[in-house]
Design a binder for this molecule. Structure first.
Ligand code: MN
Length: 130
């Protein structure tokens, strides 16, 4: 799948971080769905089945790890690749994120190259190619 044909769902509670993610995705994606909470994100994922999900970890009400578990429980969403995005993860938290079964991990502040590499890898591309 070409990186330019992707339909992406971004789940992020912080408007500035959402804006950044959308700006990075705009040249790459044909459709960008936006959710400001995990619950809304799960609803959009079920309704639209995007090619990939960018998921903030720290969100009020429901965190990204819980949301991932719920996505994996549902037939419609279980195989959608999900990339975690989180601020300065402590070692323990980073291990927890990896064990949760995310398809990629991008630490904040988000660097463009890391972001695109994670996206490419999650979509089955070669992580070495940009
Ligand atoms: Mn957050």
């Amino acid at each position: 799948m070409a990186l330019s044909d992707i339909r992406v769902l971004v789940i992020e509670d912080n408007p500035i971080n959402m804006e950044l993610a959308v700006a990075l995705l705009e040249p790459q994606a044909t459709e960008i769905l936006q959710a400001s909470s995990a619950r809304e994100g799960i609803e959009l994922a079920v309704a639209h089945v995007p090619d990939v999900i960018i998921m903030d970890i720290r969100m009020p009400e429901m965190d990204g790890i819980t949301a991932l578990a719920l996505l994996r429980e549902r037939d419609e969403t279980r195989s959608i690749p999900v990339i975690a995005v989180t601020a300065h993860a402590m070692k323990e938290e980073e291990a927890e994120i990896r064990e949760a079964g995310f398809d990629g991990y991008v630490p904040k502040p988000v660097h463009q190259d890391v972001f695109y590499a994670a996206l490419n890898q999650a979509l089955g591309g070669n992580p070495e190619t940009k």
